[in-house]
Write a protein that binds this ligand. Structure first.
Ligand code: FEO
Length: 386
């Protein structure tokens, strides 16, 4: 296995997780990579490692360039084990290497691995000399854990951004210009929607801190390296942290005897007639992490559940629990559902949407069966608003 040269003396030496399909509950249908980067200078430097089971792959790639026992500096931009999992074995191989990390990085690594490594703690604005090059650090807490930081090479204008700007894509291509931009942006959107979405204010602070840096290449810790479409991914992140949205609605529902599905169809017709971009998901088939991809840029999220045993359907409850944790800001919510006698599911859906931060724009019910005239009357106000 080989390293991939990014710029002279700077290499990708990560691991490709071709078969990964589930990343703590997030479906990763395209697999993923854990990107480690090697800088060959007077001081040989490794930025991040890989998940523990891809350690041998990383070492083989490093060996194609240098003897890994000669590594002088290791930078840990993030404690999470998909990036730190290779550290214990690597630091056995290179015991004199100095491990640079943030203050929370040191705490987190000590708690995870119980090792007294040669820690050197850095803060935002600190830089170290690698010989001919300088390596700078900027702390980016909560993008995605309290320990996160990014590293930057001013001479080559490369930002090693760790989780930020990543995408779960396993591929033999390493760069954005070698791959479908549409898929790269789709996977970056899914990554943001399922991992980064709760941390908009922290993303804002991170982007502002990075705006002073001249960046030609963004080298994240997952997926493709951005070198042609840096502006595209930066403008997407800016749109997302600002909670801007498109004229788009997402309709999510489950149904028992079909009445809630017919209500969903009435909403589809309404949004279609108002020229909204529309995504529709039955929770009998769709996965919650795929739905989140579409919610990132949606103005309206409509959630429907019939009442079963005085509750929502469990599929809808599971989706709303996930949505509440990710909590997209500044969006409009609609609750709907069919019922027989008590109808608790509809206020439950409304309450959960409110707890997730949605402004409720409509609550619609159908007793036993769908009645078009009744639904049209219920939807009249929303129709005027759209
Ligand atoms: Fe890719 Fe937060 O780890």
């Amino acid at each position: 296995m080989k390293a991939t040269e990014i710029k002279p003396g700077i290499y990708w030496v990560g691991g490709i997780d071709w078969n990964l399909r589930n990343f703590h509950g997030y479906l990763t249908q395209r697999g993923s990579t854990y990107n480690a980067y090697l800088i060959v200078d007077d001081k040989i430097t490794l930025i991040d490692t890989v998940k523990h089971y891809l350690y041998d792959e990383m070492i083989e790639r490093i060996k194609s360039i240098v003897d890994p026992s000669k590594i002088d500096i290791v930078v840990s931009n993030h404690v999470e084990m998909d990036h730190s999992g290779g550290l214990p074995k690597l630091l056995e191989l290179a015991p004199n290497a100095v491990l640079y990390t943030s203050p929370n990085g040191e705490k987190g690594l000590r708690q995870h691995y119980k090792k007294d490594w040669n820690f050197e703690v850095v803060k935002s604005g600190d830089s170290i000399s690698l010989g001919k090059r300088e390596l700078k650090f900027v702390l980016t807490p909560m993008v995605h854990w309290p320990d996160n930081m990014v590293s930057y090479l001013p001479d080559e204008k490369i930002l090693f951004s760790n989780d930020a700007f990543g995408q779960h894509i396993a591929s033999s291509e390493r760069f954005d210009d070698e791959y479908s931009l549409e898929i790269a942006i789709e996977e970056a959107t899914k990554y943001y929607g399922n991992i980064v979405l709760p941390y908009g204010p922290q993303v804002k602070r991170a982007i502002e801190a990075l705006s002073d840096l001249d960046v030609d290449i963004i080298a994240p810790s997952h997926g493709l390296i951005w070198r042609k479409h840096v502006d595209s991914i930066l403008s997407k992140y800016t749109m997302w942290y600002k909670n801007e949205y498109l004229k788009k609605a997402v309709i999510v529902y489950d149904t028992m005897w079909g009445a809630t599905e017919k209500m969903a169809n009435a909403l589809i017709e309404l949004f279609e007639n108002a020229d909204f971009n529309l995504k529709v998901y039955s929770l009998q088939d769709a996965h919650i992490s795929d739905i989140m991809t579409e919610i990132v840029e949606a103005e309206y999220v409509c959630v429907g559940s019939p009442t079963l045993n005085n509750q929502m359907l469990p599929t809808v409850g599971s989706f709303l629990t996930y949505l509440k944790g990710l909590a997209p800001k500044g969006r409009k919510g609609i609750a709907f559902g069919a019922y027989g006698w008590s109808g608790q599911s509809i206020p439950y859906v409304k309450d959960e949407l409110e707890k997730a931060g949605f402004e409720i724009k409509g609550v619609y019910k159908a007793k036993y069966v769908f009645d078009k005239q009744d639904m049209d009357e219920q939807l009249a106000e929303l129709k005027r608003e759209l």
